[in-house]
Design a protein around this ligand. Structure first.
Ligand code: TYM
Length: 343
């Protein structure tokens, strides 16, 4: 007999937020500015669920011990970046079996054609000899994550927009076929910072899976590493610090990073570095980013050595399971699946 914790009713007058991050590599400042650094912004006014999506990570080969380590490390980074486990539910996706179960049901209404149009799938599958079925159906698992919690808002970077749109389509399709069951969620993509670009190729997004580690600043990089990577970052022709993503994509990306970490507008950044050249700008940027990430790095180390994450994740899993189980039960009844065990 599995114990289902009491559904908490008090927070349901708040809108609900859900987002997830894969434990598939070290998190970089794109993940930070596009997602995890913003997670805490919602924890006062919204009922928040943030998940380390390890089932998504295994769509590509993973070393089991390393996956387990990164899963806990990713949760620690959520908290180090400002999330309060008393206010937001933080949990690991695979701890809640409802995610995989709903994903299967949704796979049976998703079409091969629409999944084949997902640009992330096309990017990840390009040039690969063998691609798993899990990589293909990955966006449906993401839809399940979101729909299980009656989510209103999904804060993500720009690369996840198409997946949230698919989620909306699947929710509407299911509701039409089986009666209203799912809330149709909205993506929330920051106007600035939704797509931080690579330091070595400003026409590609900064990515955990880029083979060149110098293409990204990792949240846990030391100040020396940060300085080295920014120093090495490609720049455009000329020496002026101006924001022009078409003509000066590299400098514009660095200016966006500066603006987001400093809270200064792009015009203020331009004025502060007018006539100073790329070298001075890059060392100012490195100092700023290292300083802003310092408390995150410090809190992360404390959390990892204290062992408190395990308890936070256990409590989070119980709450996530309790809340999503009523949705899963409703889905099964509507689809005509019987439940003979009293779980
Ligand atoms: P993932 O793990 O690749 O990335 C985590 C978050 O970081 C954002 N992001 C970026 N933002 C700005 N610039 C970049 N260069 C950059 N790179 C990544 C991503 O948009 C994301 O918000 N499928 C998702 C995880 C997921 C999820 C969900 C998200 C699974 N289920 C449900 C929201 C809701 C992913 O792979 O993110």
């Amino acid at each position: 007999m599995v114990c289902v914790p009491q559904l908490e009713v008090e927070s349901r007058n708040k809108k609900r937020v859900f987002s997830g991050v894969q434990p598939s590599g070290s998190l970089h400042i794109g993940n930070y500015l596009g997602a995890i650094g913003r997670f805490a912004l919602f924890q006062e006014g919204y009922d928040c669920f943030y998940s380390v999506v390890d089932l998504h990570a295994i769509t590509v080969p993973q070393d089991p011990a390393e996956l387990r380590r990164r899963t806990v490390a990713t949760a620690a980074l959520f908290i180090a970046a400002g999330l309060d486990p008393e206010k937001a539910c933080i949990f690991v996706q695979s701890d809640n079996p409802n995610h995989a179960e709903l994903a299967w049901v949704l796979q049976c209404i998703a079409t091969f054609g629409e999944l084949g149009r997902m640009t992330q799938f096309k990017d990840k599958a390009r040039g690969k000899k063998s691609v798993t079925a899990g990589l293909f159906t990955y966006p449906v698992l993401m839809a399940a994550d979101i729909l299980l919690y009656d989510t209103d808002v999904v804060p993500v970077g720009e690369d996840q927009k198409q997946h949230v749109e698919l989620t909306r389509d699947l929710a509407e399709r299911f509701n039409k076929r089986f009666g209203v069951t799912f809330k149709v969620p909205e993506p929330l993509i920051p106007a600035q910072g939704g797509r931080i670009m690579s330091l070595t190729d400003p026409l590609r997004k900064m990515s955990k899976s880029d083979e060149d580690p110098d293409s990204r600043i990792e949240v846990l990089d030391s100040p020396e590493e940060i300085a080295r990577k920014f120093k090495k970052a490609v720049t455009d022709s000329g020496r002026e610090i101006v924001y022009d993503p078409e003509k000066k994509p590299a400098v514009s990306n660095l200016m966006t990073i500066y603006s987001l970490f400093s809270g200064k507008s792009l015009e203020e950044v331009r004025d502060a570095y007018e006539g100073k050249g790329y070298g001075v700008f890059k060392s100012g940027l490195a100092e700023l980013v290292a300083e802003k990430l310092r408390p995150v790095r410090e809190r992360y180390s404390e959390l990892m050595s204290s062992g408190e994450i395990e308890k936070i994740l256990k409590d989070g899993a119980e709450r996530a399971y309790g809340i999503s189980s009523s949705k899963m039960k409703e889905v099964k009844e509507k689809v005509g699946l019987c439940s003979r065990l009293s779980l």
